[in-house]
Design a protein around this ligand. Structure first.
Ligand SMILES: Cc1ncc(COP(=O)(O)O)c(C=O)c1O
Ligand SMILES: [Zn+2]
Length: 398
């Protein structure tokens, strides 16, 4: 594992020491301050064979899953529950489609990757109390990894999150507050109370390590495709951590010479028509989003009215030649049922937004059926049994 050389601001590119815990860029002239990226010196690995580096790491390390990439993750003793190295499933119907099944992670979503890394670093720094505003799944993941690390977790989430999120966070022993509002209201509460309570805030893009954990999705998809890029990646976008993390991975893979040269994939951000700030900004050719009013969708992970990293998300979409698409909750539900019945895969609503977006972009000709695409199912449908049943109007017969 390499040592962290420095943290780099995504906006002003200042270099900040990682010797002490950092939140956002402390010297930023930008408002809001830029998020910080982890930078390690990877020069020793440049030109090596990725197959060799990864297989040596797998053979010599007790850690599984995303820690197969220990060689490019910051030096730390991991707090791990087996996150990452999730299946890449070929669709039975669409020859070009591969589904990255993130529902196989601990706590049933891709949030495990970011929280494994963030909590590992928090333990390394000796932080005793973590706090997070969450749309639901980040809360469950923070609660689990904090329990494993012996750290207090303080969680604020909307009172109508899927019941599984409330249940898991409570069972893992976190201090859970349900808020009559959205993730933005939860974020305000954490910001107001964190100093007096002594909490370290692990909000999306307000600390450097969740992106660092999520970048492993980019390494994995390239490795699972034989160290090649696909033509497009569909990512259900709330705060955008995974999209930003994967783009960082692609940059590093090119720096290392680990990916066969070719064009980076088109990045496709998928949202719900009930909360689509990134789509609206993309269509308006804006470089920043406007807060979405009255956000409402059963794809609860997409209920983020104003992502902190909107500037970075929009830059990535444009640089990659991608697009941002919003789907209605009806289209999302139809895709859940379609994939369940025809592929045997129970998607979460966010993942089904991605599968529905694929159908849509095929129909418009933006993509062709011979394009190789990776669709992210970011979580297990079973985590949403109450909200999906409600959308299906399914009730148990007496
Ligand atoms: C299942 C699921 N998919 C997608 C998202 C959006 O993730 P991101 O914040 O990385 O955009 C979330 C966020 O809560 C989620 O829980
Ligand atoms: Zn800065």
């Amino acid at each position: 594992m390499p040592k962290i050389a420095y943290l780099e601001c995504s906006r002003c590119h200042a270099h900040i020491s990682a010797d002490t815990p950092q939140t956002v860029c402390p010297v930023c002239p930008s408002q809001p301050a830029g998020s910080l990226y982890v930078r390690c010196d990877l020069s020793q690995l440049r030109g090596t064979s990725p197959q060799r580096v990864v297989s040596e790491s797998v053979a010599s390390s007790p850690w599984k899953g995303m820690w197969r990439y220990a060689a490019i993750l910051p030096e730390v003793q991991p707090v791990t529950l087996g996150e990452g190295w999730t299946p890449m499933l070929a669709s039975r119907r669409y020859p070009g489609v591969l589904l990255k099944e993130e529902g196989a992670n601990p706590t049933g979503t891709f949030k495990a990757r970011g929280m494994a890394m963030a909590v590992s670093m928090a333990r390394h720094y000796g932080i005793a109390k973590l706090a997070v505003p969450s749309a639901g799944n980040a809360a469950g993941a923070l609660a689990a990894y904090s329990a494993a690390a012996g750290i207090e977790a303080h969680i604020f989430m909307p009172n109508d999150v899927p019941f599984a999120n409330y249940l898991e966070a409570t069972a893992y022993g976190a201090k859970v507050t349900l808020v009559d509002g959205l993730i933005s209201d939860c974020a305000r509460i954490v910001a107001e109370r964190k100093t007096s309570e002594g909490w370290f805030d692990v909000s999306t893009l307000k600390e450097p390590f969740r992106v660092e954990g999520k970048k492993t999705m980019g390494y994995e998809l390239v490795e699972q495709l034989g160290w090649e890029y696909p033509d497009a990646v569909f990512y259900p976008t709330g705060g955008g951590v995974g999209l930003i993390g994967m783009w960082k991975a692609f940059e590093e893979l090119e720096e290392l010479g680990w990916v066969r040269s070719g064009k980076r994939p088109k990045m496709i951000a998928v949202q719900s028509t009930g909360c689509a700030p990134v789509v609206r900004a993309f269509e308006d050719h804006a470089n920043v989003s406007q807060a979405w009013r009255n956000a409402a969708t059963f794809a609860s992970g997409l209920r983020v009215p104003k992502p902190y990293g909107d500037v970075i998300i929009l830059e990535i979409l444009r640089e990659s030649g991608g697009v941002a698409i919003a789907l209605s909750d009806d289209a999302i539900l139809a895709s859940i049922l379609d994939w369940a019945k025809n592929e045997g895969i129970f998607l979460c609503p966010e993942g089904a937004a991605a599968t529905a977006a694929y159908d849509y972009l095929l129909s418009t000709g933006f993509l062709s059926s011979s394009d190789r695409v990776v669709l992210f199912n970011t979580g297990a449908g079973l985590k949403y049994s109450d909200v999906i049943a409600q959308a299906m109007k399914l009730e148990r017969l007496a």
